[in-house]
Design a protein around this ligand. Structure first.
Ligand code: FAD
Ligand code: MLT
Ligand code: ZN
Length: 475
């Protein structure tokens, strides 16, 4: 089918409002949040219903045209950005933003893929419940993107990744058929659990149009502390202690290096160091309870009292109100943005067992400083999940180009060390177009073979987000 015929047929399905062809208006769909990836596309389609998605997918399938699903475009591995051929179609789900149903007795909410995460949190809250997924991009990322990347964030420790929060899915398959899997069941052992194939598949197996998600009891008390630590080992000791004291009340335990905090203090307006003097490491600890006025501060104080005695904690501050707590969270959430002001940031979203984090940091820091003297290691992350954002910025005063030329060599050092610690080269951001080669290298070949078999079965023509997850299509 010629392009113009395809475009006319697509327009008949989605109407003029569902089509973007003006190069200026297309621009924001063709580059990512950091401007790290740029692509070209024949057009951007914005269907408003599942039926429209299915019809567009069928038309593209029959015409042999590749599709790139896109949500809020906040992904950090270029998964939502088309290639440079100009022959792919971006399929944006952002017009599919209905909350379809809230079932309080079943503790579930059914939402469409284009709902912004914050709107989902607000809808849950208005219903007197909690939807716990929380991450820095929550004001613009979508449920579809959260599902397709199996997003993590800052509350995984207590509530799990997006995978654990999902009960059912509705998916448009690569040939345009619709899988109606919107079941709100907590038990269903009727064979393979297909939803788990699509969660974390980064748009390479189908287009997620809606989901049934779990709701949780709303929390009514919070305590937040910012603590200074001498070493990452102290963080491991502290988290074990706080968890045994507070159990499920511990909802967040984020760790960050002094270098990470300094970037935030230098570049994010309104941020200030809550403690006197520089310290090597920091942790942000959050407790929550469903009971109003629960004595969480006392619990936190008692945990920290013991930590001061053992030397795990050097200094600490507990927020005395929500404004102070928000200011502490701003220090943590500001790291991504702050790094953008320091030139290219080489991102490595890795995980190792929590117990191995101190040794991983010590050995990787030392290997990097030996091989690439002066690089600034911005290491921080979701400590409670063993997930470090082990990001690298150029040495002070150096130019971007020679630093970027070392990207592959730096990555090799970090991923080889991750592998030596039995870790993962992508903890929560996915593979996108950034990491397929690394995954092929560091994952068990049998796992890659099984993944390819699944891809071939569900997407035999290879038209679903080609070049993502797998570098070289199907062969
Ligand atoms: P997009 O970027 O639009 O797409 C991501 C991938 O999903 C692409 O491969 C795309 O093709 C696919 N996709 C999108 N929608 C669909 C759909 N409906 N069906 C099928 N495939 C689809 N991530 C974390 O996990 N934890 C964090 O703590 C975290 N913090 C972040 C902080 C900042 C400041 C930023 C910018 C990003 C952060 N991220 C984090 C990464 C990002 O926000 C998440 O990956 C998010 O889930 C992506 O959602 P999105 O709607 O923007 O997806
Ligand atoms: C975060 O947790 O802040 C993001 O996932 C990490 C990043 O932006 O590299
Ligand atoms: Zn993260």
């Amino acid at each position: 089918m010629a392009w113009e015929t395809l475009i006319q047929s697509v327009e008949q399905v989605v109407g003029a409002a569902g089509l973007v062809r003006d190069p200026e208006l297309m621009h924001s769909y063709l580059t990512d949040w950091r401007n790290a990836y740029q692509g070209r596309a024949a057009l951007v389609v914005r269907p408003a219903t599942t039926e429209e998605v299915a019809a567009v997918v069928r038309l593209c399938h029959d015409a042999g045209v590749a599709l790139v699903p896109q949500g809020g475009n906040t992904g950090l591995c270029g998964g939502s950005i088309p290639d440079s051929s100009g022959r792919q179609v971006v399929l944006s789900l952002t017009r599919m933003k209905r909350i379809r149903e809230i079932d309080l007795a079943n503790e579930t909410i059914t939402v469409e893929a284009g709902v912004i995460l914050r709107q989902l949190q607000e809808a849950a809250s208005q219903a007197g419940r909690l939807f716990p997924l929380s991450l820095g991009a929550e004001g613009s990322c979508t449920v579809g993107g959260n599902l397709a990347t199996n997003a993590g964030g800052t509350a995984v420790l207590r509530y799990g990744n997006m995978r654990e929060l999902t009960l059912g899915l509705e998916v448009v398959l690569p040939d345009g058929r619709v899988w109606h899997g919107l079941r709100g069941l907590r038990k269903d052992n009727t064979g393979y659990d297909l939803k788990h194939l699509f969660i974390g598949s980064e748009g390479t197996l189908g287009i997620i149009t809606a989901a049934v998600l779990k709701l949780f009891p709303a929390t009514h008390s919070t305590a937040t502390a910012w603590v200074a630590l001498p070493t990452p080992q102290a963080a491991v000791d502290l988290i074990g202690h706080v968890r045994s004291l507070c159990a499920d009340r511990l909802t967040g335990f984020e760790m960050m290096s002094r270098q990470s905090l300094e970037f935030v203090l230098d570049h994010v307006a309104g941020c200030s160091d809550p403690l006197q003097g520089p310290h090597p490491w920091y942790a942000l600890i959050e407790l929550r309870d469903t009971v109003p006025d629960a004595p969480l501060d006392l619990l936190l104080e008692s945990g920290l009292g013991h930590a001061f005695e053992t030397g795990w904690v050097i200094d600490a501050v507990i927020a005395s109100n929500q404004t102070q707590a928000a200011a502490l969270w701003a220090l943590r959430e500001g790291i991504s943005e702050a790094q953008n002001h320091e030139g290219p940031s080489l991102k490595h979203d890795i995980s190792v067992p929590v117990s191995q984090i101190p040794a991983f940091i010590e050995r990787t820091d030392s290997a990097l400083q030996q091989a690439f003297p002066g690089v600034r290691i911005v290491s921080y992350g979701h400590m409670g999940d063993g997930n470090l954002h082990y990001n690298i910025s150029k040495p002070l005063g150096h130019a971007d180009a020679p630093f970027k030329a070392q990207e592959q060599a730096i990555m090799q050092v970090i991923y080889q060390m991750t592998s030596a610690f039995n870790g993962s080269i992508s903890a929560e951001h996915g593979l996108g177009q950034a990491k397929p080669d690394a995954a092929a290298h560091f994952k068990d070949p049998l796992e890659i073979e099984l993944m390819r078999a699944i891809k071939r079965t569900l997407d035999p023509t290879g038209l679903m987000n080609p070049g993502k997850v797998f570098a070289t299509g199907l062969e």
